[in-house]
Write a protein that binds this ligand. Structure first.
Ligand SMILES: [Zn+2]
Length: 397
């Protein structure tokens, strides 16, 4: 397992530095302007006081239980806070995250990290999504048409019950909605309504600064993932539908990195691949943890790429799909070059290539998802083998 962000470490560091200054009574907040350093620190302290001592563990347990992946930029931010603790090769995506945090003070970074740790946007999207008619993608809805079209394409392409899957956005502006944030935090942290309301207020004050683009900083929503409660009820919510959550920030980030021609569709195609795994019962394996997770990610790449390159899917060029997949998984993962967990960028690229190879072979009709999986399982040893450089039609037989 990769190292999880230790929010407590941050708290200790700040507590030490705070002990050296007299904390003034919190001054009135000037609307529209950035907070003073003292105001930012005061908010951090108030949030810390309100959080249950086991907040981080509690959320980690919830994420584990519901199988919500940790694909946010916290690792990279943590590396910026304390570079000595991390040996993280700077990838394009990590570089982008770094750019988004340029000029932020230590306190700003800690505030940002606490908000990402609490992640009310994700829980709001999962448990309290807007009605379908009100959903839009991209901060200003600029991706709505494209995302909806590709989602419709995926539903028609694959042989699973896609009507069970809801596609929901994640917007940074949610952080300014005190009621939504409080509702999510009350549920996930088990705090009182009063504490949740206060937390939501303080989070809103932190986020509503120019330096955080009043919620539009892409790091707040630098995330996309597939979710299935697999029939389990979520305490306090009841039954939760299967979902794909699509953050505005990840779309914006991929655009900034020159990947807009393929990224929105590729991300959706990959996440849809995870739903194929849920519905076809492909998630279980005898592999140990890192290899098991790598198999699922590489398989989702193959499903995604098959759809992207197939003439009945998006009919994209193979090179572009491979490049994108290789880059996407650099996201915030300091161990991307190690053998385990997510798979290396090269393995990712080969898994995507394998999907493409299959899409270009006869028959022209779309393969049943289970058939493609069978081919994938057979090819997996070659996809992960360091000495195999490319996947060929023979691998698909
Ligand atoms: Zn995935």
């Amino acid at each position: 397992m990769r190292t999880k962000f230790s929010w407590r470490t941050g708290v200790t560091a700040v507590a030490v530095s705070l002990a050296m200054i007299l904390t003034p009574a919190a001054p009135a907040l000037a609307a529209g302007d950035d907070l003073t350093p003292a105001q930012s620190k005061a908010l951090y302290q108030r949030i810390e006081k309100l959080l249950p001592k086991n907040a981080e563990a509690k959320l980690a347990a919830l994420r584990d239980r519901l199988n919500i992946p940790d694909t946010d930029p916290r690792d990279t931010i943590e590396a910026i806070i304390d570079p000595n603790d991390y040996v993280c090769e700077e990838t394009e995506v990590a570089g982008y995250v770094r750019e988004q945090t340029a000029g932020l003070s230590q306190t700003d970074l800690l505030n940002l990290t606490v908000i990402l740790m609490l992640d009310p946007i994700t829980y709001d999207a999962l448990f309290f999504p807007e009605p379908e008619a009100d959903r839009f993608f991209g901060a200003d809805g600029e991706y709505s048409k494209r995302i909806h079209r590709t989602f419709r394409g995926l539903k028609g392409f694959w042989d699973i019950d896609a009507n069970r899957i809801e596609l929901v956005p994640a917007h940074g502006s949610t952080l300014l909605d005190n009621d939504r944030v409080a509702r999510a935090l009350k549920l996930t942290l088990g705090v009182t309504q009063e504490a949740a309301d206060d937390l939501a207020l303080y989070i809103g004050e932190i986020v509503d600064q120019d330096k955080f683009e009043h919620g539009e900083n892409p790091l707040f929503t630098f995330n996309a993932f597939a979710f299935s409660a697999e029939g389990m009820a979520v305490p306090g919510v009841g039954e939760v539908s299967d979902k794909i959550v699509m953050g505005d920030g990840i779309l914006e980030g991929m655009k900034a990195l020159g990947m807009n021609d393929v990224a929105p569709d590729a991300i959706l195609g990959h996440e849809f691949g995870h739903h194929i795994q849920y519905q076809d019962g492909l998630t279980a394996s005898d592999l140990p943890a890192p290899e098991a997770s790598r198999r699922l990610e590489l398989m989702a790449d193959t499903f995604g790429s098959y759809f992207l390159t197939h003439a009945d899917g998006k009919d994209f060029g193979v090179r572009r799909v491979k490049d994108f997949v290789r880059m996407f998984y650099d996201l915030g993962d300091c161990e991307f070059a190690s053998a385990g967990h997510h798979g290396t960028p090269d393995q990712r690229a080969k898994a995507a290539e394998f999907g493409a190879v299959n899409s270009l072979l006869p028959p022209d009709r779309v393969l049943p998802s289970r058939t493609l999986d069978k081919r994938f399982e057979k090819a997996l040893p070659r996809i992960v083998a360091p000495d195999v450089e490319t996947m060929t039609p023979e691998d698909a037989s």
